[in-house]
Each structure stands twice: as structure tokens, then as C-alpha cells.
Design a protein around this ligand. Structure first.
Ligand SMILES: Cc1ncc(C[n+]2csc(CCOP(=O)(O)OP(=O)(O)O)c2C)c(N)n1
Ligand SMILES: [Mg+2]
Length: 892
């Protein structure tokens, strides 16, 4: 008896399970999957309420999400599409191989597109919609280093010439070439979205999809079913930006968004998750975040095997094998696979005994099976109420055979030898003879061939070519009436910060009859910091679902108002997301043909420093708008210390070629810059954007002097000439931002106590002066016989008498950068070093940028010119209360 008891228990359990499963089958039959879902949920709740601890898993088995019985038949000709795909593969491989034969080391990637060719081709033939005949069109983020495949298709479609293809990665060749990766800056009629800095494509795609909704919800464009597709690599999902914003997409129910993750299980160095399963990991993450996850793992040949797998042995085995082992099988023989995968259980071996080793080796993966990919994409495009992600399993370097398929070195494989090229040709049936094949020539079939006709027909049915960047917007009317006038008048003895001035300006612009509705204020949870909360009520915070609750401050004037047509994008504590919104808004003039004007205001330390690469990508995309560095300045933001006090953002903005940076001090300067910026970007249509720092120190703003507009925009003008122009000792003082107020104080001290006549200049943009100086020098170098151009900074300062001293709340390198074009050495004061938490006065003493240090620098400069004695300077140090032995702030 005792011996049989356990078996009885097991049998009983099996019987019990069988009964439950039979009942469930019955429910599936009569109630469908929705009913099953509800039933299981109720069972779960019941079990939980009765104390049962249920294991949590967000995973489904390691099989395709779409059951074969649910699949739709393929809508196109599999055979013709296969031939087209082979040609795309061939030319993509050929362009990399040829480029590297001509120019060793020029680079490029073969294996990535080799793994994703089917994903893209199914997209091109059945899903990706262009923008012809007034169609809204899909937005597609192509995986950056898969670019050879995208060029190759454009070549077959006749959009890119053979000469361009030949010059892949040699853009400077006469006649032009092709940029290595998607760069709208370099190929503005072709690429729309730069994706090659891994992780930026996915986050930009999420915010793009949300911004498309925003435009619809605000009635700026009709609602459509256009999609945002983001193609990315499985290795790329390790970038925090790739997955960091996925809950926004589900929260906002972005069913216009589809991620396609090419799970070839490899990244650059080796396997993505050798000891695990990246597909399962991603499934759990995305399902947990509320996405519709569509796993596309196995090709059609597996359907029969899975059908036979009634007791789940095969599914279990599929779920047990780790990616490193799967990768090994992709490079091994059929005999190896039989032993390693199937050989663990005689019942599994039995399932495949009718297949030869070769057939076993050839069992296709989901991402290489057009039927499976089509169904996955179809399901994704038809899913409502949530974003979708397709996890497609592929082999990296598919079709490269011995030269790299599935190998760890495949990512960087750029050269194939004659035998490898021949094998590739044969495998994909490219009609190139043995004699020619070693040359790896490009191949394009005759215009009237079946392939070409098919390709054209499909693209026509899908509204034209992709990718294609087109600027469809028309210039904006800029008639501001009296919008900016009040700022030209100054604040009439009232104190205000430039931040307050900016907020007032923004609020007026939002009311402008021509451009008001085009403005997009974007804040990462800092609106109150900048005193912008009045805008919550004025224009509302965008929320797709409106406001489903009564805000706690509903009875106040400035309550937290969310609404479906709200204008503010309140992004939460999320600079990366905010700048992604900025990019979507700032490129809407091209993507949507609507001149949206974004203003993104943030803590300036968390701008270029934190999200510089996204700004760089936006610059590549020719984005427009105003990036506003709030609470800026190393000594102006007092009390906040090392992590918040920004003294470097203007230096970090300098490398971005189309970024116009300004550090304005007065209301009228800001007004002139913003007005001109809107005109340059949206009326004159320059592909530039602005970085403006605004500060929170309050002071009086004077009225605008006559004739200074040009100087403000160019970067330098006299804002307060000396009252002692005849003084023997003269100086020119440069100030910027709030440090201009220190400069003005220094002017007074110098005049009153040291008899130095000092003119004060406002330097609104060192970056502009620097760029202009170099542009002139370059031109002169190249045109030695012509009349030399004179840098603006030289033109305006050449007759200015005396010594030159500059002070700003940023690094000294900014004034140093223009020193070379001044009549005399520029003595620079700045805030190099880590910040401190203290008062403004203490910080300006610590960093040596207050009025006293400006006075000292001026006197020292005069001493160097032997206009005053060292003793005068030494006495001044004492009189000014400066400690000469204080630590050097730059290194302390
Ligand atoms: C931010 C960033 N870091 C590193 C790289 C260099 N890089 C280019 S491709 C690549 C591997 C990509 O692997 P995966 O995302 O899996 O794409 P696959 O080629 O396998 O499709 C790396 C590390 C990059 N482009 N961007
Ligand atoms: Mg990969």
C-alpha cells in the first residue's frame, strides 16, 4: 500500500488537472478568450482571498503569440517578394564590401540588415505608408546601422543612383555619396530621424507618437490611423533611454506606436543575454508596462512540430535553452542541432526523425518568415488602446554563411572574399555570372521586370516612397503688433528676473492671433520653479483623457488644469522625455507640415549636460524652437550648490553648429532675440534653434537704447557708455547675463574711486562672436587677394580705448575665445570650478566675478600697461576687502 500511495496522489493530481483543463476547453469553445481571461482573473482573486500564494510571471511560453489558426493568408506574392528581398540583400552587402575594397577601413555593416531584411521588406510591401496624395503617412525610425538595406531598397526603387551607392560612406566625393547612418542634416530629402546613437530612436519614437496625438487632440490636424514605427536592436534595449519611457506609451494608450525589436540575440561583442533569453526578458518588461507584446519566434516549419507537441515537451525545451546556446546552434550543423536541442529527450528526437539534418538546420525563425512577420505587423497595426511591440527572432548575419552568420565577429564583418561573395550570390539566386561575381557588382533588374513592377505597384498603393523628408509647411506670418513693445520699455524701476520676463513674454505669445496656437510650452516638473503656473489655467496641461478628477486646488484662480486640448506638455521629472517632445514639436514643420514653436524650459544644469546627445540628434533633425536654460548661472542660482549651479551650459552648447546661444541680461535683449528667432526660424525658414539662458535674480531692466538691435543679435553692444570719456585711464568692461549688473556696479566704482572711465558692454553671445570671427578669418585665408573681412567684434571694438575686462557667470573660456579679435588682451573672469551652496554675494566672491573683482582686474590690466603703479592695485585689494590668499575656485 505504502509504495503505491505517491503514484496514486500523482495520478489523482493528473486527473484533477485533466478535469480542469477539459472545463477550460469548454469555456474557450463557448466563451472565447475574453471569457477565459475573466474566468482566470476571478479564479486568481478567489485563490488570493483564500490565502493561496500565486507565483507571478509576466511571461507566456517561448512560442509565437499568434497561433497558426489565427493567421491571415499572405496578401502578396511570396515568390516575387523573396526575389526583391534577395536583391535588396545583395546590393546592401555589395555597397559595404565595395566601399571597403576601395577604401580599407571605411566601415559599414552587413550583418544587421542581413538579419532584419524580412522585417523591412514586409513593411515596404504591405505596411509603411508614404505621404503622397495627401496621405498622412507613417513615421518610421529605421535602425541606424541597418542603413545599407534602406539605401539598397531606395536604389532598386530608382531613388538613389548607382554613383551614390558606390560612394556609401564617402559623402564628399564629387556627385555626392551616402551618409553612414540616418542623418537628416546630411540627406535632408531622405532621412527624417537620426537613430544611430542607440536608445534615442525608441524614446524619440514614443514622444513622437504622443505628439502626433497632441496635434490631433488640439485640433491642429485630423485624426488618422498613421503609425509610428521604431525599429531597434535587441542589444539597444540595454540603453536606459530605450525602455525608460515605455510606460508613457501605455499610459497614453498610444496604439499609433509600434516597436519592432530585431532579436538576433547578438549585439556588437557577443550575445545580448547568453545566459538568458532576451525575448522573454523583453516580453515581461513590455507586458508589465502594459504593452501588447507579439512574439514572432518560430517560422512556419515549426507549426507542425508544435501541433504534435500535445504534452508540451517541445515548448518546454524551447523555453529552457538559453540564447548563447541558440546562437551556437545557428552556427552549427543539423547533426549538432539534433543532438543538442532534440537529443535531450527520446520523445523529442522522435518528433523530428522524419527530418534530415539539413532540414533541421533550415527550420526558419519567425523574423525570417514573411508570413509570420506579416501577421505580427498586422496584429500590431490593428491593436487598439495600447502600443505594440513585435519581438522578432532572427539570426545576425543571416545568409552570410561561413563568413559571419551568427558568429560573434559578425557585427563588424565588412569584407567578403571571392568564395563568400559567390556563396551569397548562389544562396540568394542573384543573376550575376561566375565571371562577374568576384567584382560584387550592384544589380538592378530591368525597369519592366516583374520585380520592378511589383515594387513600384506596392509603393504606389502605399502612398509613395519611404523614407522621404519633405518640408510641407509654409512660412509663418510674423506680425507681432505690440507684443514685444512693453519689454523694450524696461521695467520702470520694478525689479524682475529674466525668467519672469520670459514667462510674461510666453504668456503674451500664447495669445498672439497668428502664432499663439502653434506654441508648445514644455516643462519637466519645473513650472512652479519658473513662476509659470499661471499658464496651467491660461492654456491647460495636455492630457489625452482630460481631467477625470477634481484638482485639489480647483477653487483657486491658477488651479492645475488638465484637458484634452491643453497646450502645455508637462512631462514630469523627465528631461529626456521633454527634449524628445521638443524634438517632435520642433520638427513638426517637416513631419506634419505644421510650424509648431516649442519652448522647453528646464533647470539649465540638466540640459546640455544631461541630455546633450538628444539635443545633438534634434540638431541633426533640423529641429526649431527655443531651449530655455532656466535658473542658470553658477553664482546666480544661490544656495543650490555643485549639482545645480550651471556655469558650463553655454560651453556645451557651442559645439552644436545650428544652435544659437544667448545669455541675455535685460528684458529688451530677450525680446529682440525671441522676436528675431521666430522670424528667422519660421518666416525665413532657417534650420536653427535657440538656447537662451534665463536667470532668477531680480533687478531693474532699463529701456532699450537706440540702435542696439543689431548688436544684441550679433552678440555685443555698448549698453552704458562711461560718464567720463575724457578720463586718462580708460577701460572696456564686458558683462553678460546677471553678471552685467556687477559690471555696471564696477563701472561706477572705477569712475568714482579710481578715476577710470569705463564703458560697459553687454555680451549677449560669445558663441556668435567666436563663430563670426572664425568665419571671417577662414574667408580671408581662402581669398588672400580680396579686401579682408573684419570680424564684428573687431569692427565695434577697434577704437575703444583702454584695457579690456570680461565677466560672466560661465567658464572663462567663453571670453577667452574672442580675445584674439580684440585690440588688446581680454582679462577674463568666470566661474570655472564646482559650485557651492551659499548666497549670491558669497558665491560671486568665491568665484571672483563680483564688481570688486572686475575693478581689481581692470586696475591690474592698467598696471600691466604701466598706466598705474602696482601699489595702487595692492591697496585696492585691501580696500575692496579681497583676500589674496583665498583658494583657487577653479580647482577647489
Ligand atoms: C550610444 C551608442 N553606443 C554604442 C554604439 C555602437 N554600436 C553600434 S551598433 C552596436 C551593436 C548593436 O546591437 P543591437 O542593438 O543588438 O543591433 P543589431 O546590430 O544586433 O541588430 C553598437 C554597440 C552606438 N551606435 N550608440
Ligand atoms: Mg542584436
Amino acid at each position: 500500500m505504502r509504495n503505491t500511495a505517491p503514484t496514486d496522489a500523482a495520478q489523482l493530481e493528473a486527473l484533477e488537472t485533466r478535469e480542469w483543463l477539459d472545463s477550460l476547453d469548454d469555456v474557450i469553445r463557448h466563451g472565447g478568450s475574453a471569457r477565459v481571461g475573466r474566468l482566470l482573473r476571478d479564479l486568481g482573486i478567489h485563490a488570493h482571498n483564500n490565502g493561496a500564494k500565486l507565483p507571478f510571471t509576466a511571461n507566456t511560453p517561448y512560442v509565437n503569440t499568434i497561433h497558426p489558426s489565427e493567421e491571415l493568408p499572405y496578401p502578396g506574392s511570396r515568390e516575387v517578394e523573396r526575389r526583391i528581398k534577395s536583391l535588396v540583400r545583395w546590393n546592401a552587402m555589395a555597397m559595404v564590401v565595395r566601399a571597403n575594397r576601395i577604401e580599407d577601413g571605411i566601415g559599414g555593416h552587413i550583418s544587421t540588415f542581413a538579419s532584419s531584411a524580412t522585417l523591412y521588406e514586409v513593411g515596404y510591401n504591405h505596411f509603411f505608408r508614404g505621404r503622397e496624395d495627401g496621405n498622412e503617412g507613417d513615421v518610421i525610425f529605421f535602425q541606424g546601422h541597418g542603413s545599407p538595406g534602406i539605401y539598397s531598397r531606395a536604389f532598386l526603387e530608382g531613388r538613389i543612383s548607382q554613383a551614390q551607392l558606390e560612394n556609401f560612406r564617402r559623402e564628399l566625393k564629387p556627385g555626392g555619396g551616402l551618409s553612414s547612418y540616418p542623418h537628416p542634416w546630411l540627406m535632408p530629402d531622405f532621412w527624417e530621424f537620426p537613430t544611430v546613437s542607440m536608445g534615442l530612436g525608441p524614446i524619440m519614437a514614443i514622444y513622437q507618437a504622443r505628439f502626433n496625438r497632441y496635434l490631433e487632440d488640439r485640433g491642429l490636424k485630423p485624426k488618422t490611423d498613421a503609425k509610428v514605427w521604431a525599429f531597434l536592436g535587441d542589444g539597444e534595449t540595454d540603453e536606459p533611454e530605450s525602455l525608460g519611457a515605455i510606460t508613457l506609451a501605455s499610459r497614453e494608450k498610444l496604439d499609433n506606436l509600434i516597436f519592432v525589436i530585431n532579436c538576433n540575440l547578438q549585439r556588437l561583442d557577443g550575445p545580448v543575454r547568453g545566459n538568458g533569453q532576451i525575448i522573454q526578458e523583453l516580453e515581461a518588461i513590455f507586458r508589465g508596462a502594459g504593452w501588447n507584446v507579439i512574439k514572432c519566434i518560430w517560422g512556419a516549419e515549426w507549426d507542425d512540430l508544435l501541433e504534435k507537441d500535445t504534452d508540451g515537451l517541445l515548448v518546454k525545451r524551447m523555453g529552457d535553452v538559453v540564447d548563447g546556446e541558440y546562437q551556437k546552434m545557428s552556427v552549427e550543423s543539423g547533426a549538432y542541432i539534433r543532438k543538442a536541442f532534440w537529443g535531450v529527450d527520446p520523445r523529442l528526437l522522435e518528433m523530428v526523425k522524419h527530418l534530415s539534418d539539413e532540414q533541421l538546420k533550415k527550420l526558419t525563425l519567425g523574423g525570417h518568415d514573411p508570413g509570420k512577420v506579416f501577421n505580427a505587423f498586422k496584429r500590431a497595426t490593428e491593436t487598439k488602446g495600447m502600443p505594440s511591440v513585435v519581438l522578432a527572432r532572427t539570426v545576425k548575419g543571416y545568409g552570410m554563411g561561413e563568413s559571419g552568420e551568427g558568429k560573434n565577429i559578425t557585427h563588424q564583418q565588412k569584407k567578403l572574399n571571392d568564395d563568400e561573395v559567390r556563396a551569397f550570390r548562389t544562396r540568394f539566386g542573384i543573376p550575376i555570372s561566375d565571371d562577374e561575381v568576384a567584382q560584387t557588382p550592384f544589380y538592378r533588374p530591368a525597369e519592366d521586370s516583374t520585380e520592378m513592377r511589383y515594387m513600384r505597384e506596392r509603393r504606389q498603393a502605399l502612398h509613395g516612397a519611404v523614407p522621404k523628408r519633405q518640408v510641407r509647411s509654409t512660412p509663418v506670418r510674423v506680425e507681432f503688433g505690440d507684443t514685444f513693445e512693453e519689454f523694450h520699455k524696461g521695467t520702470e524701476a520694478r525689479k524682475a528676473s529674466t525668467t519672469m520676463v520670459f514667462v510674461r513674454m510666453l504668456s503674451k505669445l500664447l495669445r498672439d492671433e497668428h502664432i499663439g496656437k502653434l506654441i508648445v510650452p514644455i516643462v519637466p516638473d519645473e513650472a512652479r520653479t519658473f513662476g509659470m503656473e499661471a499658464l496651467f489655467r491660461q492654456v491647460g496641461i495636455y492630457a489625452h483623457e482630460g481631467q477625470k478628477y477634481e484638482p485639489v486646488d480647483r477653487d483657486t484662480l491658477l488651479y492645475y488644469k488638465e484637458s484634452e486640448d491643453g497646450q502645455i506638455l508637462e512631462e514630469g521629472i523627465n528631461e529626456a522625455g521633454s527634449v524628445s517632445s521638443f524634438i517632435a514639436a520642433g520638427t513638426a514643420y517637416a513631419t506634419h507640415g505644421i510650424n509648431m514653436i516649442p519652448f522647453f524650459i528646464f533647470y539649465s544644469m540638466f540640459g546640455f549636460q544631461r541630455i546633450g546627445d538628444l539635443i545633438w540628434a534634434g540638431a541633426d533633425m533640423r529641429m526649431k524652437g527655443f531651449v530655455m536654460g532656466g535658473t542658470s548661472g553658477r553664482t546666480t542660482l544661490n544656495g543650490e550648490g555643485l549639482q545645480h549651479e550651471d556655469g558650463q551650459s553655454h560651453v556645451l552648447a557651442l559645439p552644436v553648429p545650428n544652435c544659437q546661444s544667448y545669455d541675455p541680461a535685460f528684458a529688451y535683449e530677450l525680446a529682440v532675440i525671441v522676436e528675431d528667432g521666430i522670424k528667422r526660424m519660421y518666416a525665413d525658414r532657417e534650420d536653427i534653434f535657440y538656447y537662451l539662458t534665463v536667470m532668477n535674480e531680480q533687478y531693474e531692466h532699463p529701456p532699450m537704447p537706440e540702435g542696439v538691435t543689431d548688436g544684441i543679435l550679433k552678440g555685443l553692444y555698448v549698453c552704458k557708455p562711461t560718464s567720463k570719456p575724457k578720463a586718462k585711464l580708460r577701460a572696456q568692461l564686458f558683462g553678460s547675463g546677471t553678471i552685467l549688473t556687477e559690471t555696471l556696479k564696477a563701472q561706477q566704482i572705477l569712475e568714482e574711486q579710481y578715476n577710470v572711465g569705463a564703458d560697459v558692454w553687454s555680451v549677449t553671445s560669445y558663441v556668435n562672436l567666436y563663430r563670426d570671427g572664425h568665419a571671417c578669418e577662414r574667408w580671408n585665408r581662402l581669398h588672400p587677394a580680396d579686401k579682408a573681412r573684419v570680424p564684428y567684434v573687431t569692427q565695434v571694438t577697434k577704437d575703444a580705448p583702454g584695457v579690456f575686462v570680461a565677466a560672466s557667470d560661465y567658464l572663462k573660456v567663453l571670453p577667452d575665445a574672442i580675445d584674439q579679435w580684440l585690440p588688446k588682451k581680454l582679462h577674463a573672469l568666470g566661474t570655472d570650478g564646482f559650485g557651492r551652496s551659499d548666497t549670491r554675494a558669497a558665491l560671486r566672491d568665491f568665484f571672483e566675478v563680483d564688481a570688486r573683482f572686475i575693478v581689481l582686474s581692470t586696475l591690474y590690466a592698467l598696471q600691466q600697461e604701466k598706466q598705474i603703479e602696482p601699489g595702487v592695485v595692492a591697496k585696492a585689494i585691501k580696500d575692496l576687502g579681497i583676500n589674496p590668499e583665498k583658494p583657487n575656485p577653479a580647482i577647489s
